[in-house]
Design a protein around this ligand. Structure first.
Ligand code: GUN
Length: 420
């Protein structure tokens, strides 16, 4: 049994984030939370203590491992950036040893930023993808991960034959889906409709269904990308229709971005039970557009947040959540009439970072909450001390906007301390 002491931050719903000062959290030997509630705090082996807060670990539901060391390369829009930055970065992963080294950096960096769960894309190389899974397993990280699939309109070194790509992905899924007591899961990862053949998309959908795996892909990220999809699939209404027809629009699917989803597409995504991953920092960085978060939520879509590294430069998920709020404020300022628009609250931001994201990933019975029975994926942080002196209803907001990675003292995943 391990004991942590501090103020508990407990996101309960999109509307409610509870704060419990002077609390104690116990982690059982099976890595789950045994108890979380009022003290008493004893001196001794307890981690944390006065000045510390205990918060659920952050969930980053959309990013690209091979782009780890390509953050912050500005001045290009999505499709040009893909050609100039993304494809060369991914081509390096033919070298599996390099992929392994970068995976170590990726895990170290994310843990230092308080991220305890990711849904991430790999490269099109099976050996590199396998090595990354091995690193996740060894480091105790929690990940949904998969080999990126593309077989048309990408550089020759990255384009695969559909059959080969599907065979490799199937073998990876058989090896890793549900591994490490369910901490690791496989995502069939067709990059996006304009770089995948019909055969590849249908094959990925069929395998994901058969093996009960995730699917992750990109949707309606930029105007140019939407246009390119229309050109390639003239018989389909739009990209959501392409996914629906090929079987990729499922309750286990994570759609990245969705900046340009219209009202009908939002309804279709919500009805399919498909989750959307909002990536506000990347949408701004690549000048893709402003996603209307409030409209997506109102349509009933399950939403998580993604750093979208390296389209996004920001690793620290609270700042991605702040960008979500700022994007919603910008949309509101430009909305007519302004009064009809409600910006999400800081409590909703905390929920999106933790429990809401767990719901989007179908893991809400396991992670995202500081409650007995949940896996102990959590952070001990020491934020600026004045926050604790604010009226309780202001604390979650102040913590969201001012928390920094250097305030993180300990990171636990499934009850194991994974920080240095
Ligand atoms: N769409 C297809 N591939 C990518 C990628 O690597 N990053 C982003 N942001 N969008 C994409």
């Amino acid at each position: 049994m391990q004991e942590l002491a501090g103020t508990l931050l407990q996101p309960r719903s999109a509307e409610r984030c509870d704060i419990a000062p002077r609390a104690l959290l116990q982690i059982a030997d099976d890595g789950r939370i045994a108890a979380a509630g009022p003290g008493p705090v004893k001196a001794g082996k307890t981690l944390g203590g006065p000045g510390c807060w205990i918060i659920p670990g952050f969930i980053d539901a959309h990013l690209h491992l091979p782009q780890w060391d390509r953050r912050g390369i500005d001045g290009l829009s999505l499709l040009d950036w893909q050609e100039r930055v993304v494809f060369p970065a991914e081509a390096r992963f033919r070298d599996a040893a390099l992929a392994e080294k970068l995976t170590e950096d990726f895990v170290t960096g994310l843990i230092a930023h308080g991220t305890t769960t990711v849904a991430a894309f790999g490269s099109p190389f099976a050996e590199a993808t396998d090595r990354s899974f091995k690193v996740f397993a060894r480091r105790g990280f929690r990940a949904v991960f998969g080999q990126t699939l593309n077989d048309v309109d990408c550089p020759p070194g990255l384009c695969q034959e559909a059959d080969e790509a599907l065979d490799e992905s199937r073998a990876l899924a058989a090896r890793w889906h549900g591994a490490e007591n369910g901490r690791l899961n496989y995502a069939f990862s067709p990059r996006m409709p304009n770089s995948c053949s019909d055969k590849l998309m249908r094959g990925a959908a069929a395998l994901a269904k058969m093996l009960k795996c995730y699917v992750q892909t990109h949707v309606a990220e930029s105007a140019a990308e939407v246009h390119a999809v229309r050109q390639r699939f003239p018989d389909n209404v739009d990209d959501v229709d392409v996914f629906a027809e090929t079987g990729l629009l499922t309750p286990r699917t994570l759609l990245g971005h969705g900046v340009f989803l219209d009202r009908n597409q939002r309804r279709q995504v919500a009805e399919a039970g498909t989750a959307l991953v909002h990536c506000p920092t990347a949408n701004q960085f690549l000048e893709s557009g402003l996603m209307d978060y409030v409209a997506h939520r109102a349509a009933g879509i399950r939403i998580a947040l993604g750093s979208s590294v390296a389209g996004g430069y920001e690793l620290f998920m609270p700042q991605v959540a702040v960008a979500c709020l700022n994007t919603a404020k910008t949309v509101k300022v430009h909305a007519m009439p302004r009064r009809s628009y409600t910006v999400p609250s800081p409590a909703e931001a905390w929920w999106l970072l933790t429990r809401g994201a767990a719901e989007a990933l179908g893991m809400a019975d396991r992670i995202g909450a500081l409650e007995p029975g949940f896996d102990a994926d959590l952070l001990v942080v020491r934020p600026e001390p004045w926050i604790a002196g604010l009226p309780t209803e202001q604390q979650a907001s102040a913590l969201l906007y001012t928390l920094k990675p250097q305030h993180i003292e300990h990171v636990f995943i499934a009850g194991k301390r994974v920080s240095k």
